[in-house]
Design a protein around this ligand. Structure first.
Ligand code: PMP
Length: 427
């Protein structure tokens, strides 16, 4: 519409050109509820990509909590009030007992940055090992461990010397494929950990998502993570699980992504879902690790763990639990995955469907033998889907994966709507 085009001009005139906006002719979204969006012309869309508003857009209880707390008081976490303790206790109830300390921040990038300060303070080492195709944030340190070229084409050239990488253990299209791939990738990673140690740069920190969001909900191949954690710890390092995208019940089966791999991390980072769109992030770790940082200095964030954020955080956990949203993600997500797999029987462009629950990646390929990526087709498909009333977007270094990460309140009807439109667009 004219409105949307005018707005686009104003935006490009006033706002730095560092973020791509979605679509060549983006609609001007005005409001939303649950998994639905409405633009200024009254057109409706199903939102398949919003992994922040987990309870759904415009959630009335979050809005009521926010309004109530704003009116009473909003202040920082140096003041003594119940909300910080309450949210921290609630978070600790989701993890094993050995993880016993919470720190509250405002975003995923901050959580990752703080996690790196913690692991460096505790291990006494600077060097970090991460996987290729990762995204962990935009701050100096979280950006340094983000190896994805889709967000940062120059990632490889600008990477500081303390960041080391091993290949994302992708059993679909990586160096090792199929059954046994995880063990083979683990052997490569363990050899690299030992090599780095011999070279005088022993790893202090391992960081990865248990299922890589940026690459398209690609699981770390089965059998990979446990031997890697063991090798990192044997060499004196500690392990971060970045749960900013994958955590908070999104996979349905597990509240946290690391649970799938039978490991317990030393540090967990989280954000996105926590505030249902209100800025809120956290790090969970062990007291001794937090103490190592406390011995060197302090940590304080003006708004991290504010009264407002903490109360919103507790409300979000209440609603996830009360409304069974993790279970909804499991059931509706399984239906979604099997329906898309059924489409794959008729549409050869669908190479595979990655992921679990409401954390899926539909990978599009030109040839199922060579796995040649189909980025142009993916972009065209997303444009067509928008016309058909669905917001779905490409992701990954090859831009050939449709990211499917809708609010956790996603209904079966909306899944069926999405699948029917996908069928039409693929046709
Ligand atoms: N880690 C992961 C795995 C993420 O997906 C993101 C955001 N996409 C971040 C960290 C950074 O979070 P934020 O954008 O809240 O800073």
């Amino acid at each position: 519409t004219r409105d949307a085009v005018d707005l686009l001009e104003r935006r490009t005139g006033a706002y730095a050109p560092l973020q791509e906006h979605y679509y060549a002719a983006p609609p001007q979204i005005e409001r939303g509820w649950r998994e639905h969006l409405v633009d200024t012309t009254g057109r409706h869309y199903v939102d398949m990509v919003n992994n922040v508003s987990v309870l759904g857009h415009g959630h009335p209880e979050v809005a009521a909590t926010a309004a109530d707390q704003w009116r009473r008081l909003n202040t920082n976490s140096r003041f003594h009030y119940a909300a910080v303790a309450e949210l921290s206790e609630r978070l600790l109830a989701t993890v094993p007992d050995e993880l016993d300390t919470v720190l509250l921040v405002n975003s995923g990038s901050e959580a990752v940055d703080l996690a790196l300060r913690l692991t460096r303070a505790f291990s006494g080492r600077e060097d970090v090992l991460c996987v290729t195709e990762s995204y962990h944030g935009w701050t100096v340190a979280s950006d340094a461990v983000s190896t994805s070229t889709s967000d940062n084409p120059l990632a490889e050239q600008t990477r500081p010397g303390w960041v080391h990488t091993v290949e994302l253990p992708n059993a679909y299209r990586g160096t090792h494929r199929g059954a046994g791939a995880g063990e083979a990738y683990a052997r490569d990673a363990v050899a690299e950990i030992e090599r780095l140690s011999r070279a005088g740069t022993p790893i202090g920190t391992w960081i990865a998502e248990p299922r890589n969001g940026n690459a398209g909900a690609i699981g770390l191949a089965d059998g990979f993570l446990a031997p890697v954690f063991e090798a990192i710890r044997a060499g004196g390092g500690i392990c971060i699980s970045d749960e900013v995208q994958v955590g908070y019940g999104r996979q349905g089966e597990w509240f946290w992504g690391y649970e799938e791999h039978g490991v317990v991390p030393d540090v967990i980072t989280m954000a996105k879902a926590m505030g249902n769109g209100h800025p809120l992030g956290a790090v969970i770790t062990r007291a001794e690790i937090a103490q190592a940082l406390a011995d060197q200095g302090t940590f304080f964030s003006s708004s991290g763990g504010s009264t407002l954020s903490s109360r919103i955080g507790a409300t979000v956990l209440d609603v996830i639990e009360r409304d069974g949203l993790q279970e909804n993600a499991r059931i509706v997500g399984a239906h979604l995955k099997s329906e898309v797999e059924r489409l794959a029987e008729r549409h050869p462009l669908i190479g595979t469907v990655h992921g679990r629950g409401l954390y899926l990646g539909i990978e599009l390929v030109r040839d199922r033998e060579t796995l040649e990526p189909a980025p142009d087709e993916t972009a065209a498909l997303c444009d067509r889907m928008l016309q058909l009333g669905v917001v779905v977007l490409p992701t990954g270094d090859r831009q050939n994966v449709l990211k499917v990460k809708p609010p956790l309140c996603m209904s079966r009807d909306s899944v069926d709507f999405f699948v029917a439109r996908l069928d039409e667009a693929l046709g």
